[in-house]
Design a protein around this ligand. Sequence first.
Ligand code: SAM
Ligand code: SF4
Length: 348
Amino acid sequence: MKARAQAKIAAIDQERPFSKVLTDNFSRQHTYLRISLTEKCNLRCTYCMPAEGVDLSPKDEIMTTPEIIRLARLFVQEGVTKIRLTGGEPTVRKDINELVDQLGQLQPLGLKTIAMTSNGIALKRKLPSLVNSGMNLLNLSLDTLDRFKFELMTRRKGFERVMETIDDALALGMNPVKVNCVVMRGTNDKEVLDFVEFTRHKKVDVRFIEYMPFGGNKWKENKLVPYQELIKNIQAIHPTFKKLVDDPNDTSKAYHVPGFAGQVGFITSMSDHFCGTCNRLRITADGNLKVCLFGNTEVSLRDMMRQGKTDEELREVIEMAVKNKKKQHAGMSNLVNMKNRPMILIGG
Ligand code: SAM
Ligand code: SF4
């Protein structure tokens, strides 16, 4: 019965043209919304935030759960099928369970995927109930398999906890469990082969992310390891390492070693951008809509909601912002000089 109803909804969806609100001037249809739930974090990753920390917005400037759910509902009504919760660290938000529960109630409106990107520290305890509430996709961040280096890279302890959370997620049947690894030359680039080895018996999808410049993260071009270099190094040891087929909006180029349980991917935002197929929009924890990760134009949906604007008025502003989305980001050499938030205040 459920399958028949779903097939009917899918057929209706196919007939209905995609929302003009979420379609930009380059015909990109934005079906994927990333919502940052908090600016706070229980780690201090060097590539994400400055050593001195970031100025946090006052509590009353952070979106409330009813505001987040109102926006989520509006975007889902316009055609968003995937929402990713991020941060800061999303699991430090106290009402995370209720929030995921309420997002779960948007599934009949067309929301298919409730995803989270987490550092896995506070998630361990919360994971079963979040999965129960409808969270069905998980990205865990882990940049090193060495517990001492973990402390250097995150300025905090917690390596064992993250490893346990990966195993818990697998035991709960989450498939895939993605592991995000930001590769920095001279810091963890020599561990790439260990991460490939990590996929031998574990059904994880390790995604090597090119190190990107953001406010205060001291990015240097020589610390960026282009993905082609990583592939060459992996193929020197695993000559059978080969390309898999990617989905159209995948930001990751998928590969695997035949016979290994898991797989590997490369997120090549710097050396080979994927702006042409970008289907993502972002809302920051303080309620700004950001149409491009590397763009600094933002519009406050929080202020509009607090001024009592209607959904129709919100839609108009969202459409205007989406139509202003640029064809592609500014390019590697310009990005480094561009004013942007630190990553912790964007959410990845
Ligand atoms: N705290 C959560 C976590 O770390 O998974 C969610 C927020 S974090 C900002 C989201 C993702 O952005 C993480 O996978 C992190 O590794 C990645 N990230 C942060 N700074 C980055 C940078 N400079 N370059 C590339 N990826 C970065
Ligand atoms: Fe926190 Fe995630 Fe940034 Fe690390 S990458 S400091 S875990 S928000």
